[in-house]
Design a binder for this molecule. Structure first.
Ligand code: FAD
Ligand code: SIN
Length: 525
């Protein structure tokens, strides 16, 4: 099979790229499950864009830079916030229905770190609305083929350039190659590397792992965003309770009813996520309780049901009526701020390989992503990547500016001898997730990071050997990729000898001025 453009992933980034590339050639979108299954589909709070009368791109820029704790790349943020409103308008023209006020104007919500109401939303199922809109548009667009249940395994390189992908048909087990003039990684993040995550099972960091094995530069993987509020319930997977709930007035309380956030930050519940997640972590350690509580019972019950229908219904399924009782919540891994290094056109360091959306590092999030900026990033940079890939594909690839935090990490060589059960992929996956939870979580220490790194190195070498010696399956492929992402996160966390934003290390509790503009770059050779 051969196409002009091969897109890996059918979330917001992949679909936006495909729609913009299709007028210039044939596009195949490869996706490992059914087409709508993606992080995009589960996004709740909304998409940030300076579209309110009292707002401006300068204010959005300011808030993004503040949340990013000094590590955002200003030029990239400027692209994001200046081009954002136009791209959101494009989405509306495609058919996305965002909530509106009675006078027809857009109803704009507020989330942590924003100084203006600027979050466009469709109740609390904004991602579903966006995914629905983009999939309908893709279906109507000539030249776009969606290939479901095809899992990309590794990139195919020729003379150093990316010319295609090795693929597993997950329904038949067949292996084959698909070739293209340009390949886009839009495979999303790696939330599944942690024991507790808001992400669906597809989020196994496949694109980051593939790019690393192919020799691309990877950046800022230590910055894993923990969402402060996911539902704590023994029978529930970590279901997200949107930050928009706090935006509408939700208060965080201890079991004894004490509202603790004002003790940590003057912005209280609407401080940036790193601050709120660490405050909850500290309260849990102090009290020994398994969760804290998010209370919106003071709001009107009809308003709650209308504004948060998904959250209301889901909590009700677990016996919690959020209009009458506070919601038990804990932080969980939510968003991968780092990823495959790209320039402002989505280009990676490998010729003909692009990346955008959560798989990519563009520099816009710095050390902590501002709420609802990730859907916007996927939208804005996917269009830019499509423009580049369709007009300037033959240009030599970019390289990042040198950074004072650089580390080398070679992909694992297979272990010479295989432990018994090395191919027990489920057990390996659980081991990785537990290690990351216990050793590379919200509050880190150098000793715990080093322990995790040693254990992960051994595990990754075993998995690599087992992967090569057994038939390839979804499970083997994903376990190998999770190990790769876990190694990249841990190595990056060890390389950054300071605390900043989401990366908090007890051994170095302060930020260091000389690291302020230095992304952590991992090169594989
Ligand atoms: P995704 O939407 O994750 O899509 C990745 C695609 O790649 C999927 O189709 C997947 O199946 C496919 N894929 C992965 N690996 C392979 C492979 N090996 N082969 C083939 N296909 C593959 N952000 C906001 O800005 N606002 C919000 O309100 C918000 N709410 C969120 C709520 C939840 C519960 C979650 C989990 C995230 C939320 N986010 C939010 C983050 C945001 O949803 C994501 O960052 C964004 O949707 C990423 O889009 P993407 O296109 O890069 O990746
Ligand atoms: C949320 O609704 O809290 C998620 C928003 C985001 O991740 O940006």
């Amino acid at each position: 099979m051969e196409y002009d453009f091969l897109v890996l992933g059918s979330g917001m980034a992949g679909l936006t790229f495909a729609l913009n590339a299709a007028p210039h050639g044939t596009v195949a979108i490869l996706t490992k499950k059914q087409r709508s299954e993606s992080n995009t589909n589960y996004a709740q709070g909304g998409i940030a864009a300076a579209m309110g009368a009292d707002d401006s791109w300068e204010l959005h820029l300011h808030d993004t830079l503040i949340a990013g704790a000094g590590l955002c790349e200003r030029e990239a943020v400027e692209v994001l916030v200046r081009e954002g409103p136009r791209m959101v308008q494009w989405l509306i023209e495609l058919g996305a229905q965002f909530d509106r006020n009675p006078d027809g104007s857009l109803a704009l919500g507020r989330e942590g770190g924003h100084t203006r109401n600027r979050i466009l939303h469709a109740a609390d199922h904004t991602g579903y609305e966006i995914e629905r809109t983009l999939l309908i548009a893709a279906r109507k667009t000539p030249h776009i083929t969606v290939l479901e249940h095809y899992q990309a395994l590794d990139l195919v390189l020729q003379d150093g350039a990316c010319v295609g992908v090795r693929v597993l048909d997950t329904l038949t087990g067949d292996l084959f190659e698909i070739r293209a003039r340009a390949v886009l990684l839009a495979t999303g993040g790696c939330g599944q590397v942690y024991l507790h995550t808001s992400n669906p099972p597809i989020a196994t960091g496949d694109g980051i792992a593939m790019a690393w094995r192919a020799g691309a530069v990877i950046a800022n993987m230590e910055f894993i965003q923990f969402h402060p509020t996911t539902l704590y319930h023994t029978d529930a997977p970590s279901f997200l309770i949107s930050e928009a709930v706090r935006g509408e007035g939700g208060l965080l309380k201890r079991r004894d009813g004490y509202r603790f956030m004002p003790d940590y930050d003057p912005r209280a519940e609407l401080a940036p996520r790193d601050i709120v997640a660490r405050a909850i972590d500290a309260e849990l350690k102090k009290t020994g309780d398994p969760c804290v509580y998010l209370d919106i019972t003071h709001l009107d019950a009809d308003f709650i049901q209308r504004r948060f229908p998904t959250i209301y219904q889901t909590c009700l399924q677990y016996g919690i009526d959020i209009t009458r009782e506070p919601i038990p919540v804990v932080p969980a891994a939510h968003y991968t701020c780092g990823g495959v290094w790209t320039d402002l056109h989505g280009r990676t360091t490998i010729p003909r390989l692009y990346a955008c959306g959560e798989v990519a590092y563009t520099g816009v999030h710095g050390a902590n992503r501002l709420a609802s900026n990730s859907l916007l990033e996927a939208l804005v940079f996917a269009e830019r990547a499509a423009i580049h890939a369709t007009t300037r594909l033959d240009e030599p690839p970019p390289q990042p500016k040198p950074s004072c935090i650089t580390a080398h990490l070679a992909p694992p060589t297979p272990a010479p001898t295989l432990d018994a059960h090395a191919d027990n992929w489920d057990a390996a996956r659980l081991r990785i997730r537990q290690l990351m939870h216990k050793r590379v979580g919200i509050v880190r220490t150098v000793a715990r990071l080093q322990e995790a790194f040693c254990a992960l190195e051994t595990l990754a070498a075993q998995l690599e050997a087992a992967y090569r010696q057994t038939p390839i399956t979804v499970d083997s492929c994903e376990a190998r990729n999770l190990a790769a992402c876990a190694l990249l996160i841990t190595q990056s966390a060890l390389a950054r000898k300071e605390s900043r934003g989401l990366h908090y290390v007890l051994d170095y509790p302060e930020s260091r001025d000389e690291y302020a503009v230095c992304p952590t770059l991992i090169t594989p050779v």
